[in-house]
Structure formats: C-alpha cells, structure tokens
Design a protein around this ligand. Sequence first.
Ligand code: GLN
Length: 189
Amino acid sequence: MRISVLALQGAFAEHRQMLRRLGVETFEVRQLSDWHQPKDALIIPGGESTVQLKLLRDLELLLPIRDAIMNGLPVFGTCAGLILLAKQVENESHERISTMDIEVKRNAYGRQSGSFITEAPFSGTTVPMSFIRAPYISHAHHGVEVLSEVDGKIVAAREDNQLVTAFHPELTDDLFVHSYFLQMIQHKL
Ligand code: GLN
C-alpha cells in the first residue's frame, strides 16, 4: 500500500510520521508530476484551507484530485482538509474540491477557545482530539455517517471513500483514526 499526502502547506509531515509508525509507505504531493505516481489513497492535512486551495488551483491539482475522489480514491481530510472536501461552507460560495455532502462552519469555536484538546468516542472508541481553529460539520446530508460528536457538534464523518475529522489525530500519539482509514482502504483494495 502506498498513500499520497498533499504537502503544499500545513501538518503533512505529522501524517507521514503516523503512517510510518503503522508501517505504511507514503509520498508527498507538491506538484502535478508527484500526483501521477501510483497510489492507494490521499491525505489532505490541516493548515489553512484558503492557502491550500489557491495552491491547488495554481498547480492544476484541484480537478485531477476531485476526479480521483469521485472515481473512488480513498481520501482522509483533517481540519483544513475537511473544509476543502465539503460541498458547502457557511458564508462562502466558491468551489473547493467539494466532493463530500456536508455543510461546514469554519473557525467555529471562536478565537478565544480556538485551540483545545479533548477526548471523545470516534466510531465507538475514545480517542484524544486536538482542535486548532477548527471547523465543525453543521449538517451531514443523506449518506454521510457521523463518526464523532463533541458538545453536540459533528467532528468526524464518513461518506463512502471519504473520511474527515475536524480535529488533528496526527498531532496526538493515538493511531486509531489512521488505522480506521487504513481499514477503509483495505476494504476497497
Ligand atoms: N482555520 C483553518 C481553515 O479555515 C483550519 C485550521 C486547521 O486546519 N487546523 O482553513
């Protein structure tokens, strides 16, 4: 198995480190020629979604990535990655990758409480969760499975080949969410 990690900006190195601990090979996608390498999945890291979106457009990666996801490539988006995958973002109308049928509120926790760590069940198992100026999912449409809620807000969900978390599992020690993603990929292979 070989997983591509979008490496334009943000916490991509931490995702690679988690997958290394799980014995999985990864490579960084920095330009279109990287993207053309064989791969079984994609990770879109947290960071700043507006910056990543601009780079995805400028580097002509946006449409090939969207097509691959629509054709079933497993994808895991964390935080900014979740925002990029959402079909709708409150108060924004421009297009992103926009493949997942969720509505998202950005910077949803306000500036004061912008970063915090908590624990909550993810698909039935309690995991540590690191939130950094995080979004939450304000609406999950039909066909989207809610995997985790914190204070009544949806913070992790799955729709077929797409997995998203508002928190950063790669900034904790816990490998559960990455293992869950590997299982998604294996069921597809
Ligand atoms: N606030 C960022 C955004 O809107 C996301 C923060 C993160 O990825 N940790 O893109």
